[in-house]
Design a protein. Structure first.
Length: 213
């Protein structure tokens, strides 16, 4: 009689074939250490990159293109121009508001006033007009002297092409003469001489003529 086979020694799915035996690959200790070292180096590299991005110095460097080219840049001309433009806009707004008020009231005995919506109070119009005239004179004076460089103690400067320009240059002297001619008495008609360069001879004639007027 054949010996009974133990149920615990057989598989309910049948005998396993030789192809079904899949053995895990044998990994050497050196390979494991090299993989761990590579993972550690990669982690340190990523951490260092994140710290570099988050550092204040790198943030400041990234914001550099958004800053002015020079912290000492002169913005006075822009401020004066902005004030002049804003004053013109305010006057146009007030004029339009006055016309609307006159049209709205018509010939009614009881009128509605839009005075509180005006940008310029009537009592301030005279002072604001004087200030406007002063601003225009300042802008005009700056416009006539804009092309004159600052020579300093040396008495000369170099332009973008490396050419030496002295304070006795013809164009420089012409612009200076034009600026000085604008200081003649108010009743002396000079007109708009913004693009004119007066030589010494013409300036002297104009100066003499202004003194005899």
């Amino acid at each position: 009689m054949a010996a009974a086979t133990s149920p615990w020694k057989t598989s309910p799915w049948g005998a396993a074939s030789a192809d079904a035996d899949v053995s895990e690959p044998i990994v050497s200790f050196a390979e494991i250490m090299s993989e761990e070292l590579a993972a550690k180096l990669q982690c340190e590299e990523e951490t260092g990159y994140v710290d570099e991005i988050a550092s204040p110095s790198s943030v400041a460097d990234a914001d550099l293109p958004l800053t002015l080219s020079s912290p000492d840049a002169d913005c006075s001309d822009d401020m004066l121009m902005a004030r002049l433009l804003q004053h013109e806009f305010d006057k146009e707004h007030d004029e339009m508001l006055r016309r609307t008020e006159a049209k709205y009231n018509g010939n009614d005995k009881v009128s509605v006033s839009f005075g509180k919506y005006l940008h310029t109070h009537p009592l301030e119009e005279s002072s604001s007009s004087e200030e406007d005239e002063e601003l225009r004179e300042m802008m005009t004076h700056k416009g006539y002297n804009k092309g004159n460089p600052d020579f300093g103690a040396s008495g000369f400067v170099r332009d973008a092409d490396g050419k030496i320009i002295t304070k006795h240059d013809k164009d420089v002297c012409g612009r200076k003469n034009t600026a000085k001619a604008l200081q003649f008495p108010p009743d002396f008609p000079m007109g708009d001489a913004c693009d004119i360069k007066l030589n010494n001879q013409v300036y002297n004639v104009l100066k003499k003529h202004s003194q005899t007027e």
